[in-house]
Design a protein around this ligand. Structure first.
Ligand code: PEP
Length: 249
């Protein structure tokens, strides 16, 4: 996966302090390299987005949120943030459908509403989907992927503004990954589905789940990956940079 412009999405989950922003400043210099064909997107918690955007304002780094409320703009929804507010805070992207958000109540229908709201507010959506270990063992992976994508894309018009992040749930935070040929068949299925059923000419497909300095050496050889969604390894700037470097070597 060496020649194309790749995506590297840092999903910080419920981690990070103001101090973390300073520690990550070194990625600004790294991203300036002319030869670096990458889109680097930080998705910190809401509390850090504004400071991050201000401090990184002249850099190539983009920002995303990790979720939003399904209602569109403003209103009496204590504790919630709309996609409109997220766009206003300086984000260009939003992660939706992450398995951890699903575990805390987001279902397919709500995720679909959030996707529509986010696209309407000019955010690019990083849509996460993937199977549990049981679903994999029962050979239901493709069925689950089809169901989650079909539901996510219901009544969605600007599908080209969605990045599709395949994240097998059993792989997140466990150090376990699929072998290259199984992952390739799975990505092939996803690509075919997006092209034929949903008429997306050039779908952008990311992989997430235990991407780190070690696993990336194997993952970078898998065809049809346009980039990575990275959880724990993105919290450490040296590890994050190392993943990007290794992708291209
Ligand atoms: C994630 O939660 O999106 C993720 C990929 O986590 P990790 O890289 O830690 O497995």
């Amino acid at each position: 996966m060496t020649n194309k412009n790749k995506y590297f999405v840092a999903n910080w989950k419920m981690n990070g302090t103001n101090k973390s922003i300073n520690l990550h400043k070194k990625i600004i210099q790294f991203a300036k390299k002319k030869s670096l064909k990458s889109n680097i997107i930080y998705c910190p918690p809401y509390t850090l987005i504004r400071s991050f955007v201000d401090i990184f304002k002249n850099s190539k780094i983009k920002f995303g949120a990790q979720n939003c409320f399904y209602k569109d703009s403003y209103g009496p929804y204590t504790g919630q943030l709309s996609s409109k507010m997220i766009k206003e805070s300086g984000c260009d992207y939003i992660i939706l459908g992450h398995s951890e958000s699903r575990a805390f109540g987001d279902n397919d229908k709500i995720i679909n509403k959030k996707i529509i709201s986010s696209l309407n507010n000019n955010l690019k959506v990083i849509f996460c989907f993937g199977e549990t270990y049981k679903e994999k063992k029962d050979k239901n992976t493709n069925k689950i992927i089809n169901k989650q994508i079909t539901s996510a894309l219901k009544n969605v018009k600007n599908r080209n503004n969605i990045l599709f992040a395949y994240e097998p749930i059993w792989s997140i935070g466990t150090g376990k990954i699929l072998n290259n040929s199984d992952l390739e068949s799975c990505l092939f299925y996803i690509q075919k589905l997006l092209k034929s059923k949903f008429r997306i000419k050039k779908p952008i497909i990311l992989y997430g789940g235990s991407v780190n300095s070690y696993t990336v050496k194997m993952l970078k050889n898998v065809n049809n990956i346009d980039g990575f969604l990275i959880g724990s390894a993105s919290l450490n700037v040296n590890k994050f940079i190392d993943i990007i470097k290794k992708t291209y070597t």
